[in-house]
Design a protein around this ligand. Structure first.
Ligand SMILES: Cc1cc2nc3c(=O)[nH]c(=O)nc-3n(C[C@H](O)[C@H](O)[C@H](O)COP(=O)(O)O)c2cc1C
Length: 401
């Protein structure tokens, strides 16, 4: 089989050097990558680097190898175009259909999915012109990955940072996995995903927790970004890197998670509660470390109920038509317990999976059944957590439509 053909467009931002790592990951994972830098990009990283890393000439203008008609062919033959970094200038050109170099011509001839990873100073990103250009590109089906917040060129920090190349690679991989017809079907939607497991403190050093790694929730966030959604990820104690394009809110306890999820849900089209939220928390928090005393039995730990965030979201929708999805991790009687939980919580979909010490938690794979209140069951066979995530988003997108 031919390797999937990717065009890596590089425009003239300081983050061009990070695109070298993206290029490496793409070629090492079996993709045929052609780099199309702009003339400005070559001020940051030279033609030799792009050619040597990709194994193809890295051409900027339309006037080279004219007999091959590169200004048309490169875009036509691509399975995916990713522009990383995308400058404010490149977003403007793409939104307006300019075609004054090889990359802008390629963007006009590409029939495949197109991903832009903008990177620039906060002022440039927030400028109304840039925001309108981004909105135009998204409306036309392009996936524009929200830049991260963090250190920019020089000493500044703010929104506009290029995402971690490894995470951007994951977005590209997801878009490719969805195939040539993959379009940004969640474009214009805001989705909230909770991930990880809450920790309920007993004293300054101990907590009651659970085995959730956050991998399923992070897969949901990543997949939603790849489908064009604006994503807020409320992450409880996960050690995973922030997914590219998601706005990540880190929390510790169930009470903090509730607050963050309800705040984000206020304008959300869908909320997917993949986090393992503790049902109970210690009734008392000891300000100092609880000591072991000779000859004394330990005090029993009294527990109180935590708020039921899924039931609350389901009963009190922040906006009409908001889709609420829950997860149920069960150890036995999985489907019967799942159906009972769906009825009790009142959510639109419940993803039921069987868990155990060595099952699901921390694993890269999952197997589940998605239950709906009308009795529909969608079985998802054993496979990557991203595949389950895509099934969830398919069902959510169907309900939003
Ligand atoms: C040192 C330096 C860093 C720059 N970094 C960025 C950047 O991160 N993002 C951006 O949009 N423009 C940045 N620019 C401005 C662009 O290079 C400029 O708008 C250029 O015309 C972009 O051309 P292109 O879109 O064809 O690559 C930078 C310029 C300089 C000199």
């Amino acid at each position: 089989m031919d390797k999937p053909k990717i065009v890596l467009g590089v425009s003239g931002g300081i983050a061009a050097y990070k695109a070298c790592e993206l290029l490496r990951r793409l070629t090492e994972s079996g993709h045929d990558v052609r780099v199309v830098p702009t003339a400005s990009a070559l001020h940051f990283v030279g033609e030799a680097t792009w050619s040597a890393l990709s194994g193809h000439p890295a051409v900027t203008q339309v006037w080279e190898s004219v007999h091959e008609v590169p200004h048309v062919r490169i875009g036509q033959q691509a399975d995916l175009v990713v522009v990383a970094p995308a400058t404010a200038d490149m977003l403007a050109k793409a939104a307006h259909g300019l075609a004054d170099d090889l990359l802008t011509n390629t963007l006009l001839t590409a029939r495949c999915p197109v991903v832009f990873a903008p990177a620039m100073h906060t002022e440039m990103w927030e400028n109304a012109a840039t925001q309108e250009n981004v909105a135009t590109l998204r409306r036309r089906g392009a996936i524009v990955v929200e830049p991260a917040v963090g250190r920019l060129t020089g000493v500044d920090t703010g929104k506009g940072r290029f995402p971690e190349p490894a995470e951007l690679f994951e977005v590209v991989r997801r878009v490719l996995a969805r195939g040539g017809d993959a379009r940004a079907d969640l474009a214009g939607r805001h989705v909230v995903v909770s991930a990880g497991g809450t920790r309920e403190p007993l004293d300054p050093v101990r907590y009651l927790g659970n085995r959730s790694s956050g991998k399923q929730g992070y897969a949901l966030a990543r997949t939603a970004v790849a489908r064009g959604a604006r994503v807020t990820l409320v992450s409880a104690n996960s050690e995973l890197p922030d997914p590219a394009g998601a706005d990540v809110v880190h929390v510790g306890t169930a009470v903090q998670l509730r607050e963050a999820v309800l705040k984000a849900a206020a304008d959300a089209d869908a909320v997917v509660m993949a986090a393992a939220v503790a049902d109970f928390r210690p009734a008392h928090y000891a300000e100092g470390k609880i000591k072991k005393r000779d000859g004394q039995e330990p005090e029993p730990v009294a527990l109180v109920r935590n708020p039921d965030v899924l039931a609350e979201l389901s009963a009190d929708r922040a906006r009409p038509g908001q889709v609420v999805v829950g997860f149920a991790a069960e150890t036995d009687d999985v489907l019967a317990n799942g159906r009972a939980k769906l009825a009790r919580k009142g959510c639109d979909l419940l993803v039921v999976n069987e868990v155990g010490e060595r099952r699901t938690f921390g694993s890269e794979e999952n197997e589940a059944v998605v239950l709906a209140p009308d009795g529909t069951e969608t079985p998802v066979p054993h496979g990557p957590k991203e595949a389950l995530a895509d099934v969830v988003w398919d069902l959510v997108a169907g309900r939003l439509a």
